[in-house]
Design a protein around this ligand. Structure first.
Ligand code: SF4
Length: 322
């Protein structure tokens, strides 16, 4: 199925590390080919950023490192430069100026962009790092400014389940951003309705609270309704959906067409659920099966649920890098 046949997906805006296929901006003048990011281009809008180039370090340049001996610094050892303040200032001002965006994809292991994968040294002359679980300074600013926004690196995005959670969040936020432009309550109700099973799989209690917000019993101004709803939307999607709650949402959906199935078909469904419990990646098969049943039995409510089609299929678990 081609994206052009599915115009209902909003186009997320993703801030991405520039060296991931956008420019030869690494310290050694190289670019990192990123086939999956390339593959995403028809479906998302990318804003590329290279914090090191954007603070004026040239290409090529001497490498920079994070030193932590009580006082954390970003240094360029070969030139004796301490660029900590420069990088922190750039990060603050860049992130403050960002307006519409939905997610970040950052380069792993970088002293600027790395997410929990960056080497941290005790002293500039050390050969061995203290650890390699640090955040780059730009990445750290992203995490502290936007703790609820999806952030992933180019390695984790190749893991089908980590990618799935990232894309669900990213496409859900992009869709909300588009809906919020209308400023209408009925658009928000439509958004909530088509995301209901997805939210149920993530957290039923928060889903109910989101329903209460759009019921707007206190007759709040629409802007407040949107703002309150967004804060729960960010919260509900912040951790991946659990297996138990996903099974509950699937059982709920099954109730819409189970009466049309034979005993053998119902048994086969129970086996599919068991497979999913044993291997979470079976969710990709289950989504397809539910969508085909929804079409076969003409259950429009299910056909429209983002739970079964949260983002373009081309980006899903079945993607292979060739
Ligand atoms: S990791 Fe970040 S700072 Fe380093 S080259 Fe890539 S975009 Fe630039």
């Amino acid at each position: 199925m081609q994206y052009s046949e599915n115009p209902n997906f909003s186009r997320p805006i993703i801030v991405v590390s520039r060296c991931l296929g956008f420019a030869n901006c690494r310290y050694d003048g190289k670019i990192i080919p990123s086939p999956f990011i390339e593959h995403m281009k028809p479906f998302v809008e990318f804003i590329d950023v290279c914090p090191e180039c954007d603070i004026g370090l040239g290409v090529p340049r001497e490498p920079i490192f994070i030193i932590d001996n009580g006082d954390r610094k970003l240094i360029q050892q070969a030139t004796d430069l301490n660029i900590t303040e420069n990088m922190q200032k750039f990060s603050r001002s860049y992130l403050d100026k960002l307006e519409d965006f939905d997610a970040f994809i950052l380069k792993s292991k970088s002293p600027s962009c790395g997410l929990g994968t960056t080497k941290v040294f005790k002293n500039p002359d050390d050969d061995k790092p203290l650890h390699n679980k640090g955040n780059g300074l730009f990445a750290e600013a992203v995490l502290s400014n936007y703790s609820d926004i999806p952030v992933i690196d180019e390695k984790d995005i190749l893991d089908p389940l980590l990618r799935d959670h990232f894309l669900i969040r990213t496409f859900s936020l992009a869709s909300f951003r588009e809906v919020s432009l209308s400023g209408k309550i009925h658009s928000l109700i439509e958004y909530h309705t088509k995301n209901k099973l997805l939210f149920m799989a993530y957290n039923k209690q928060i889903m109910a609270a989101m329903g209460d917000i759009i019921a707007n019993r206190d007759i709040l101004p629409v802007e407040d309704v949107y703002e309150n709803y967004l804060s729960l939307l960010l919260h509900i999607l912040s951790s991946p959906a659990g297996t138990g709650s996903t099974v509950n949402a699937l059982m709920h959906a099954f109730g819409y067409f189970s009466r049309h199935l034979t005993a053998a078909e119902k048994f086969s469904f129970i086996r599919k659920l068991q497979q999913y419990r044993e291997d979470s990646s079976f969710i990709f098969e289950l989504r397809k099966w539910f969508l085909s049943c929804a079409h076969k039995f003409n259950v429009q409510y299910l056909s429209e649920q983002t739970f079964f089609y949260p983002y373009p299929e081309e980006l899903s678990g079945s993607f292979q890098i060739v």
